[in-house]
Design a binder for this molecule. Structure first.
Ligand code: NI
Length: 137
């Protein structure tokens, strides 16, 4: 069977402060500028969950995208929507919530729970112009 990639897009809104606690306040300000504002700032995030696998001859699907919606909705959106990522999200505890670090944490949460097919890529949009991609390597 041909391998096909299917994609589900999810959205959540969250606050964060880019801050590395291993560095001084001055170093953080210098590195991260306004992203280091003490009380944080918000983003309208978009997450694209890409699942690759063979097309099931019975259903014609790689995976029912409703499963992806439900799993990622429960694990990611319910945990992160309208939260402060530095304080409120258990799987980000101790993580400097850059888009890069967030996408890796989401991967580790989702990858074992996506089936059939396999999680092939995550794309996380932080702004209209900036996104990161991760393929688990
Ligand atoms: Ni930001």
């Amino acid at each position: 069977m041909p391998d096909v990639t299917v994609v589900r897009r999810l959205r959540f809104n969250a606050a964060h402060r880019v801050h590395n606690p291993a560095l001084s306040d001055e170093e953080n300000r210098e590195l991260f500028g306004k992203c280091n504002n003490p009380h944080g700032h918000g983003h309208n995030y978009e997450l694209e969950v890409c699942v690759t696998g063979p097309v099931d001859p019975r259903t014609g699907y790689v995976i029912d995208l409703g499963i992806v919606r439900d799993v990622a909705g429960r694990l990611v959106v319910d945990a992160m929507d309208h939260k402060h990522l530095n304080h409120d999200v258990p799987f980000l505890r101790g993580v400097n919530p850059t888009t890069e670090n967030i996408v890796v944490a989401i991967w580790n949460l989702l990858a074992p729970r996506i089936a059939p097919g396999r999680l092939a890529r995550l794309r996380l949009w932080e702004t209209e112009n900036n996104y990161v991609e991760y393929e688990g390597r």
